[in-house]
Design a protein around this ligand. Structure first.
Ligand SMILES: [Zn+2]
Length: 333
């Protein structure tokens, strides 16, 4: 069996032995517009407590350049899917520098060159286990941790993640965006979106809570984006869930991005939901199409609480979050 296959039994043993405290993930996608660049530099710094002296961390990519365990560079034991970690202590800091590959399959960090204007768009898609195509991580839903993403990208691009930007440095050609740390979340709902996306903004507020709303699509589709209708459903949904869940929206902001070449309808990344571009209607749309889009917006929004804040331990309980989001999405619709 390939070591890329993660089993329920071995991941349960890993989460019983290892408690992740934090991740800092640094990605350099500044070369993405150049199609002759197949990959990007990726660095993970992960802090964790361990009750075992050895385990593994997941990574799917062309190259691991260095592995540092508690300040010491160690031999790289990488079989193409797993990096062995040995000599662990009760508390550990591991740094892994590697090269990831841009994807065209919708798995990991997808790269799209727009044939309309030649511009480049990136987004991530990880469920169930493709975060490891972008950064080294313990790839299983029950090993939640706060993530801090730091992205180096071409200047002038929108760079979006689960949280708002905390620090932003720009020079003539490049920008470095450091995002605020997330709440503890699973790897499969972390997200990065980057490119010259068109962006429309609004704000939802209720009581003491203010949530900035963003609606994004590629520039060449901007003329078709009916952002007002999308924002209206979004605000109605936030009202509905605020009343029905009795738990304030926990993710700070709510960006919804319509992305090219998407394999699925939408994905509930907290604060950074991705949707298929098929929901940007380029001609007259039927009532059923508007209803279908509203239902998807509300399904993903229900996941902000059920799926994202509360998450199944392993994929055999995926039905819990999906059936509940389907129910709440339909009820909200
Ligand atoms: Zn769902």
């Amino acid at each position: 069996m390939s070591t890329a296959n993660l089993t329920r039994a071995e991941t349960a043993a890993r989460s019983a032995a290892v408690t992740v405290l934090s991740y800092r993930v640094e990605l350099d996608i500044s070369g993405a517009p150049d199609n002759s660049e197949p990959g990007f530099a990726t660095s993970t710094t992960v802090e964790f407590d361990s009750g075992t002296s050895e385990t593994w961390i997941d990574f799917l990519g062309p190259e691991v350049r260095s592995v540092t365990v508690n300040g010491e560079a160690v031999d790289i034991e990488f079989d193409g899917a797993r990096i062995a970690l040995r000599g662990l202590r009760a508390s550990n800091t591991v740094v892994i520098a590697a090269v990831g590959a841009y994807s065209r399959s919708g798995e990991g960090l997808h790269r799209f060159h727009d044939p309309v204007d030649g511009r480049t768009y990136l987004y991530t898609q990880y469920e169930p286990s493709d975060a490891r195509r972008v950064f080294a991580c313990f790839e299983q839903p029950d090993m939640k941790a706060p993530f801090t993403f730091v992205v180096t990208a071409p200047a002038g691009w929108e760079v979006v993640s689960n949280r708002p930007a905390a620090l932003h440095h720009v020079d003539d050609t490049r920008q470095v965006v450091e995002f605020s740390p997330t709440l503890p979340i699973s790897t499969y709902i972390t997200a990065i979106v980057a490119g010259p996306y068109h962006r429309v903004e609004s704000i939802w507020s209720r009581d003491d809570l203010t949530v900035p709303i963003g609606v994004l699509c590629r520039a060449s589709l901007a003329q078709y984006l009916d952002a007002d209708a999308i924002v209206e459903v979004t605000k109605q949904g936030l009202d509905f869930f605020a009343e029905h869940f009795d738990y304030p929206y926990p993710w700070g902001k709510y960006d919804q991005v319509f992305v090219p070449e998407y394999n699925l309808g939408a994905m509930e990344n907290p604060g950074c939901v991705t949707f298929t571009e098929a929901y940007v209607f380029r001609g007259a749309a039927t009532a059923a199409q508007y209803e279908g889009r509203a239902n998807t917006i509300l399904h993903e929004m229900a996941h902000m609480w059920f799926g994202d804040l509360v998450t199944m331990v392993w994929w055999d309980d995926l039905w819990l979050k999906e059936s509940f989001a389907d129910f709440m999405g339909a009820l909200a619709s």
